[in-house]
Write a protein of this length. Structure first.
Length: 291
């Protein structure tokens, strides 16, 4: 199976390359040659890759900066996703589109299901929702996978930031009134490979559409930081104290959802997949980064 993944510098692409087992080839496509906003480059790059399945993991992800660069965010996350979907349709191959909890408003008091109304509160979320709509319109042979709070041993992410702060800080203030599902990009990669293997040869309509795909269990950002510091301490490092703070105490240009929890029941029912419990995967990531 040949999987073409966009966003070669991102956490998911790096994780896919690492997790690909025997018989699986991952072709990572990225800038500057592969630019989502450039329709010609997208079509040419994917045609040259000759994939069996495409994973669109590339995105404009600067959540706060998007408030001032909404047109650019829409060009990449909206129209760019449409370019990938168009190429997938032309090639006649399935597309796995990664999306985000930010397409939701965060106002519910329970985990969000796939059929709950969307309502992004910021430019980044609006651009990703536009991408979902473009993918669904241009490539019916697609699976839209919403995930959240992604971390890994690669790139810039919350877990790596906390480990860095742990080296020098005695205390760090971390938001404690936003709840979500911490999700390892390595676990995402494993799930993507399993999904790709199914949809490559199975055209059943129930395998298409929108699915939520996050680590099992829930946490606040403060909970996640506390576990990271505990993992560091367990490996002989110093341990920073977590000072729980409110979102209002850490103002940002973009409004974050108070509730980012996603219900993964549909993914388990349709694909038989359940990502590991988040503490387990955080421990694996920390052990690797601190080795």
């Amino acid at each position: 199976m040949r999987i073409a993944v966009t966003g070669s510098r991102g956490q998911v692409a790096a994780s896919l390359v690492e997790r690909a087992g025997p018989g699986i080839e991952v072709i990572a496509l990225g800038r500057p040659e592969f630019e989502l906003a450039d329709r010609g480059a997208v079509v040419a790059g994917l045609e040259a890759a000759r994939p069996d399945v495409i994973v669109n993991a590339a995105a404009y992800t600067a959540v706060d900066k998007a408030e001032a660069e909404e047109a650019l965010a829409f060009m990449v996350n909206g129209e760019g996703a449409g370019h990938v979907a168009e190429a997938a349709a032309r090639l006649g191959v399935p597309l796995l589109q990664l999306s985000t909890d930010y397409v939701l408003d965060g106002a519910l008091d329970r985990p969000y299901r796939e059929d709950d109304p969307t309502g992004p509160t910021g430019a980044y979320g609006r651009s990703k929702l536009a991408g979902e709509k473009e993918v669904a319109r241009r490539c019916p042979n697609s699976v839209i996978l919403r995930t959240a709070w992604v971390y890994s041993p690669f790139g810039a992410n919350f877990v790596r930031t906390m480990l860095r702060l742990n080296e020098t800080r005695d205390e760090v203030g971390v938001v404690a009134d936003q709840r979500g599902n911490p999700t390892s990009a390595l676990d995402i990669a494993d799930a993507l490979i399993a999904i790709a293997a199914r949809v490559k040869d199975d055209s059943a309509p129930q395998l298409r559409g929108i699915f939520h795909m996050t680590g099992a269990g829930e946490a606040t950002w403060a909970d996640l930081a506390q576990v990271v510091f505990q993992e560091a301490e367990a490996r002989g490092r110093r341990s920073t104290r977590v000072k729980p703070i409110a979102t209002a105490d850490y103002p940002t240009p973009a409004l974050r959802p108070a509730n980012s929890r996603l219900d993964n029941e549909k993914l388990g029912r349709v694909y038989g997949l359940r990502l590991p419990e988040w503490r387990q995967s955080v421990a694996v990531c920390c052990a690797r980064l601190l080795a």
